[in-house]
Design a protein around this ligand. Structure first.
Ligand code: ZN
Length: 76
């Protein structure tokens, strides 16, 4: 958990914090090389969001800065 995430978790009621983390873990960020991880694991937060979007970020696998697809991972 990074500083920003810790700040929000500390400021909000515990139930909200758990919900925010759970939702952030369901949102995935995927590089063009195929590498993907959750928004939460990449240090971000996504809560009460519905529309998928894209993020320009550095990929730890291929080392390139690319537009990553952000999408909601559906539970199987
Ligand atoms: Zn990549």
């Amino acid at each position: 958990m990074n500083k920003l995430q810790a700040f929000f978790v500390k400021m909000m009621p515990a139930a909200w914090a758990r919900e925010m983390e759970a939702e952030s873990r369901q949102w995935m960020v995927r590089c063009t090389c195929g590498f993907e991880r959750s928004v939460w694991d990449s240090g971000g937060m996504r809560w009460k969001a519905h529309a998928a979007r894209r993020q320009y970020r550095l990929c730890p696998q291929c080392g390139e800065k690319t537009w990553h697809a952000v999408y909601l991972k559906r539970e199987a």
